[in-house]
Design a protein around this ligand. Structure first.
Ligand SMILES: [Zn+2]
Length: 317
């Protein structure tokens, strides 16, 4: 440990998770390490073990993967089986024909840097089950830090009870999984021409408080009344006024992928509407917890906020 070192910095330098580093060195309080202290760097499981049959191949769209990214997983089996997967204890929805599967995984923007494991389970026709693990290295995303000033009249919206009740409401919506894949190719921008005013993933502090969160979406500038369009096909599963998010719309794109549009002045869709790319869904506004009119565009995958712009610039899978 050198002067100025933190456990987090050391963990990042060696590509291990801070919790594993603390555990391996019996460090109870991660804020207390001493200059000159010698730390044992634990070996992370970094090399894929040979895959047991019927697993033939497990490939990833990127490896390592940055925090906040959508990771695509492709699995090939030598013989037909029912395949299940989970990441960080969360089920990953897989599409496939029994031998070739693919699925999308949301890597949390504050996910610990280091090796994580994708767990796969194949249920064979004879009733037996074979498990396989694929280590995936998560690296730091290119995210900055910002302070949000909230004016006094809207401070009440940061009341934990208000924030939590609303979080439950939206979580109930995007924790569902529609097996169908609605989208095809890259998403469009929801506002054209688009001017991005705040990037996804930025670490945030509110009113000078501690940095205790991150920006879960991409903000687009625009005057009140600027039209917002559906960027991809889907079904509207929420269209209502919320306290923090203001007038809000959530679209289900299938396979556990949802997009949210907050702070609108007026909504142009209702729950149950089927939307196509380019359909009007509402108008930019300044409702809810905002410092000025803008669209906050959020993408959720299995409940995890992922970078929406990846879906615009790339064709997933
Ligand atoms: Zn935002």
């Amino acid at each position: 440990v050198q002067p100025g070192d933190t456990l987090f910095a050391i963990a990042t330098r060696f590509g291990v998770r801070m919790s594993r580093l603390a555990e391996a060195n019996h460090i109870a309080d991660v804020n207390w390490i001493a200059v000159g202290q010698v730390l044992v760097i634990p070996a992370e499981r970094s090399v894929a073990e040979p895959l047991p049959p019927p697993f033939e191949a497990v490939t990833l769209s990127e490896d390592p993967v940055e925090q906040g990214r959508t990771l695509v997983v492709f699995v090939t089996l030598a013989a037909p089986a029912e395949l299940d997967a989970d990441w960080e204890g969360r089920p990953v929805f897989l599409a496939g024909d029994g031998q070739h599967y693919w699925g999308i995984v949301g890597v949390h923007a504050l996910s610990e840097v280091g090796f994580h494991e994708l767990h796969l389970r194949a249920a064979l026709p004879d009733g037996s089950t074979v498990e396989a693990t694929r280590p995936v290295r998560v690296v730091e995303g290119p995210y900055g830090t910002e302070t949000i000033q909230v004016d006094a009249s809207r401070q009440g919206l940061l009341e934990p009870s208000v924030v939590q009740a609303e979080a439950e409401r939206v979580r109930a919506v995007w924790s569902q999984v529609t097996p169908r894949k609605w989208w095809e190719g890259p998403f469009r921008y929801p506002v054209e021409p688009s001017r991005i005013t705040s990037a996804f993933g930025t670490r945030r502090s509110y009113g000078g408080g501690p940095v205790n969160g991150f920006h879960a979406g991409t903000d687009f500038g625009g005057g009140v009344g600027t039209p917002i369009y559906a960027p991809a096909p889907g079904v509207v599963v929420l269209a209502e006024p919320l306290d923090v998010r203001g007038n809000a719309v959530i679209i289900d794109h299938g396979m556990g992928l949802f997009s949210g549009y907050w702070h609108q002045s007026r909504l142009a869709v209702q729950t149950g509407d089927v939307v196509a790319p380019g359909d009007l869904i509402g108008y930019i506004g300044d409702t809810g917890l905002v410092t000025g009119p803008h669209l906050h565009w959020e993408m959720r995958l299995g409940g995890i906020a992922v970078d929406p712009l990846q879906w615009v610039t790339e064709s997933i899978p």
